[in-house]
Design a protein around this ligand. Sequence first.
Ligand SMILES: NC(=O)c1ccc[n+]([C@@H]2O[C@H](COP(=O)([O-])OP(=O)(O)OC[C@H]3O[C@@H](n4cnc5c(N)ncnc54)[C@H](OP(=O)(O)O)[C@@H]3O)[C@@H](O)[C@H]2O)c1
Length: 248
Amino acid sequence: MSKSIVIIGGHGRVALRLARLLSPAHRITSVIRSESEDQAKDIVDAGATPVILSLEEASSEDYTKLFTEKSADFVVFAAGSGFRAPEERVKKVEYEGCIKIFDAIERVEESKRPRLAVVSALDIRSPDKIPEHYNDEDKKQSERVRQLMPNYIHWRYEADKNLVARTAFKWTILRPGGLTDQPGVEKLSLGKAHLSVLTSRDDLAQLLATVLDRPDAAGFAIDTVGGEIPIPESLDAYIERGETDWIG
Ligand SMILES: NC(=O)c1ccc[n+]([C@@H]2O[C@H](COP(=O)([O-])OP(=O)(O)OC[C@H]3O[C@@H](n4cnc5c(N)ncnc54)[C@H](OP(=O)(O)O)[C@@H]3O)[C@@H](O)[C@H]2O)c1
């Protein structure tokens, strides 16, 4: 059945791939942060409808209004502050922007609340707790990345921690490794990932599209890296195992 999907960060590289995959079967609204004819054209070409609502400027109530007007079934948070952004902007997009979206969903009438999928990242966790499956290379890489982008790691952790505590709506967190523009192979490895394994944006978008039809993926924070298993099977096996990758 055709669903209404709202993508926050709608001109992002993952977001555009997702819109292309889901349209025209579903109704896609792609939210961008400012007026841009070029971005609007790309979004229309991807089969979606652009809407301007910046995570930094708009209120949480504005998003509730959007989700209600669009009768959203599924919201995807695929926005990001960018690698070199100053801390203030990282906090505004990754943390405060996320909280606006979570609160906005909670304000929608209970029977009409959309599900949410958030694109986070591998190794977002409590800094004191190292996953048991990490080898020496993972530990070194984790330290390197934490030094390279401490603000992103900190504010994404705070946002994900806030979401994991919420029970008023269904959410799923996807935690990709380094993203690449390599053509997708429609295969992934989900769960307990090693940090050097990369993730194709095509395959991440394919997983988001698969999660759309899997309400039972709710409540999981899923390590998502390149692998050998077809995406639907990989998600089935992950849900069956029932072990989230969240370490709070
Ligand atoms: N890059 C990696 O290797 C990596 C690894 C793991 C996880 N991730 C996560 O994956 C996410 C998606 O990746 P991607 O490659 O699709 O990222 P992307 O191409 O950089 O897309 C991010 C989008 O967020 C939008 N955005 C920024 N500020 C906004 C605001 N205030 N309001 C609304 N939208 C806003 C950007 O808009 P503008 O175009 O206007 O700036 C951009 O279109 C990243 O944001 C990151 O959190 C990335």
